[in-house]
Design a protein around this ligand. Structure first.
Ligand SMILES: Cc1ncc(COP(=O)(O)O)c(C=O)c1O
Length: 384
């Protein structure tokens, strides 16, 4: 059957996924330094979350609107910064929040500007809505910075929205004040929706003091702003399927109405996810503290290993769950990742998985359990 051109033309696994599957099939051990599933990372979840998922009210169906009031209130309290509970719109995931925003602001063929390097889903999320994602490159010079000139040049008459991830995944940088000023100015001038994904905002590690820990600190931005987050990173519960978006700034009253209309067509957020929101958010600070402690331990172990190997460095991690290792680009990062898997049994992501524009970068997850991270990085650094 001929399928829509919005879908990929091939579903072949990439070479690293194929090699990983083959290794696992043949019983080969894998030290996985790409762990991104927080439910498999050994963190203890409090029993209160389970009880909340099975609360009596989950047997009542109350369709419509932006979401259950108690969930909206818990989310608004989690963010602070004057977030109005009534303006918190619930979705099943951040991906769904993107898709609803793209549906609401774009017509087929319209464009959205997306960060690069970044989370590799944007192109497909846009394409599935009939939109075109235009990457806006960030560059590394004593830290990752947005190419503000490139951003202006990438805008066309069809551009409808601009996406920023704060802090970005996997490069970890938070927005600097001058970037925020330039982004909001651009969006105000061009009447673009500024979408800021803050799923990792609570995971600041080595962020300089002037960075914007959340753009919600800006009470009245000069442009239309949508801030996205969700339980998947905030409370380590991606399987509960609860995310949200918060609107602020110019012209968002009609956007809120439009999004509530979209939400009404899908009614996708389950009663149990909404009922569990408050308990999950109450448990979240202790879980996040464990993640941050693990990330710091893993970074310290990595730094000790790197101190012995002057040819290798890591980049600063302002925030998030990943660290970028820089190595001499004697071969492609994919070839390097394949070799590490084959000879050391260590799995890492090559930088190009996240559209890092040059060779010489491997991406490691700081969520990896400490003993695995120590053993894996030891093998990896020796092999490199
Ligand atoms: C920047 C970013 N946004 C969103 C998500 C996923 O969120 P959700 O599970 O709510 O779709 C991820 C997952 O890694 C991410 O890196």
């Amino acid at each position: 059957m001929r399928l829509s051109s919005r879908l990929p033309s091939s579903h072949e696994p990439n070479a690293l996924s194929a090699a990983l599957a083959a290794r696992r099939d043949s019983g080969g051990a894998v030290l996985d330094l790409t762990v991104s599933n927080p439910t498999e990372a050994g963190f203890p979840f409090p029993a209160g979350i389970l009880a909340a998922l099975a609360a009596p009210e989950v047997l009542r169906y109350a369709p419509g609107g932006a979401g259950a009031k108690a969930a909206q209130e818990a989310i608004a309290a989690h963010h602070g910064h004057g977030v109005d509970p009534a303006g918190v719109l619930l979705t099943a995931s951040t991906s769904e929040a993107y898709s609803w925003l793209f549906k609401a602001v774009g017509d087929p063929g319209d464009e959205v500007l997306v960060p690069s390097p970044s989370y590799p889903l944007f192109e497909w999320l846009a394409r599935l809505e009939g939109l075109v994602a235009r990457p806006v490159p960030a560059f590394f010079h004593e830290g990752w910075r947005l190419d503000l000139q490139g951003l202006e040049e990438a805008c066309t008459a069809r551009t409808k929205a601009l996406v920023v991830v704060n802090p970005n995944n996997p490069t970890g940088q938070f927005l600097a004040p001058e970037e925020w000023a330039a982004l909001t100015d651009l969006c105000a001038r061009r009447k673009l929706l500024l979408i800021v994904d803050e799923v990792f905002a609570d995971y600041a590690l080595e962020a300089p003091a002037d960075r914007l820990r959340t753009v919600l600190a800006s009470r009245s931005p000069p442009c239309a702003l949508a801030v996205l987050s969700g339980l998947s990173k905030v409370a380590l519960l991606p399987q509960v399927k609860l995310a949200w978006l918060i609107l602020r700034g110019q012209g968002t009253a009609s956007l809120q109405e439009g999004l509530e209309f979209v939400a009404d067509q899908f009614l996708s957020v389950s009663a149990s996810a909404q009922a569990a929101a408050a308990a999950a958010l109450a448990a979240a600070p202790a879980l996040r503290a464990r993640v941050l402690a693990r990330a710091r331990t893993n970074l310290a172990v990595l730094d000790r290993g790197l101190a012995l190997r002057p040819g290798l460095q890591r980049l600063p991690v302002e925030g998030g769950w990943s660290v970028l290792l820089r190595r001499p680009a004697v071969d492609t990062d994919e070839a390097c990742a394949l070799r590490l898997l084959e000879t050391e049994g260590v799995l890492v992501h090559p930088g190009h998985f996240f559209d890092i524009p040059s060779e010489g970068f491997l991406v490691l997850s700081l969520l990896t359990r400490e003993p695995d991270f120590a053993e894996g990085t030891d093998r990896l650094l020796r092999a490199l």
